[in-house]
Design a protein around this ligand. Sequence first.
Ligand code: HEM
Length: 407
Amino acid sequence: MLFATDQTFDLYTPEALRNPHPILAQMRKDAPVYKLARKEMNHFPWLLTRYDDCINLTKDERFTKSYLRRPSSVPVNPNDMQRQAAATINRHMLTVDPPDHTRLRSLVHKAFTPRMMRELGGRIQEIADNLIDNMQGKAQIDLMADFTIPLPITVIAEMLGIPASDQAKFREWTQVIVVEGSRGAAGERAGVAALEFIMYFHQLFEERRANPREDLISGLLQVEEAGDKLSSEEMISMVFLLLVAGHETTVNLLANGTLDLLTHPDQLQKLRDNPALIDSAVEEILRFNGPLGSTTMRWALEDVKIRGQVIPAGDMVLASLLGADRDPDVFENPDVFDITRDPNPHIAFGNGIHYCLGAPLARIEGTIAFSTILKRLPNLSLAVQPEELVWNESILLHSMKALPVNI
Ligand code: HEM
């Protein structure tokens, strides 16, 4: 068995970014606990690729989600305004452990119940239809720019109560913060974007405090004022997390899923013939080419041995969701895209206490978006060869840069 860090498994070549599955299969077999040779957030992460190991990681209290609890973490330089700003927007559910995690999650979970989501369905359908109306008269479009990006952004922005005119602005900030921030020290632009983000939301919070509306931001501000349950850093971080988690992922669900359907015409036809298969098709899309390549980070609080390999205290660990969801010990014929797959216990939404809060929202957005695409774009086809599509250089997000299609 291979365990040491070396260059054997490179997940960052253009080919691997497009199709990481052969490499992940090899890792699952030969090096299921493997330290990558390239840094994420300034650290070399260990990547777990077996389903069981990924599930166990999400429950193992020898790992923390909090960078501040990580052994030997370097304190933030108090004079560094930009790093401070980046730290300020990083005190959210995904970067804290209980009891803070429990408190933060309980404040918003009511907004994301399946019942609330069904009520939102009519509005999501309207947004999807408007986006498709806007395509009239065009022969070729980038489905991401024209549909898969604006749909989830509009939905989460409306839920939070962000004016439509400001939506492009925060998409740019969150992208810079997420993509450049993950490059660690090089993330100066990320710091500037974080500052702008914070200033913008402080102003919006003031407006909503003065004139509350029926939106999530007004609701959270009322909680903040009533019980002092939410610090202002936590308030900013919560909004940041909901914005980022609420669109970067769903964008890829819609884009990767459309690509999967277009490259598996038999499954596409099956779905056209039987639209009631939509729910199980969404689950298979989540499993087969999920929007997230891996979970977010966890840090070892002590030396932890997994399959004979010691992960030293302080090291970063990621669970490969794409790896786990094609584990042949769990899924029959894992490389077959089968929209009727049952059972389908994929972990595209994670597992354990950090299980995706927005899963009901993502599922309903997926169901409505794919159904609308099938109904309203009956001649949809890829405008380039699948091999020509460019994928982003990230193992966290499994995402394309654009999806050119003929309509
Ligand atoms: C298809 C779309 C989505 C996928 C695949 C996805 C996936 C995930 C995963 C894997 C996690 C756990 C990460 C970890 O354990 O490190 C997570 C957490 C989370 N997701 Fe999603 N997500 C999606 C959409 C959404 C949406 C629409 C929202 C809503 C705003 C959302 C909000 C959250 C939040 C708040 C957390 C943190 C929960 C916690 O720490 O308790 N996600 N998501």
